[in-house]
Design a protein around this ligand. Sequence first.
Ligand SMILES: [Cu+2]
Length: 121
Amino acid sequence: MTKAFAIPALAVALAAPAVAAERYEAALDCVPAEVALDYTCIVQLSRGGVPVADAAFTVKPDMPSMPLAHNIAPVPAAAAETPGEYAVPLTLDMHGRWVLRLDISAPARDVVVIDHAFEPE
Ligand SMILES: [Cu+2]
């Protein structure tokens, strides 16, 4: 009985280094706030399909179609209640297609870019 439990635990321990080498993945869900061009976004951060809790990152929006037109400062992400979910309040300059650059500093450095169309609702 004890051995049956010990084997899965060992398998997880051996798999850990492989997971650590994988890139982060991010899913994005943004809801327009009451003020025009304000959005409340939730980022789901994962690595190897596993939610990443206790991450530190900023989100910088930019418009690929309008180089140098916008200069929005990076917004720090705040951990939400669900592990792996982060709240990011964004105030944009206009509607349209934006690219969000996630600059992740912890638990491991990485950059993830998300393409997203922000439209009025
Ligand atoms: Cu623009």
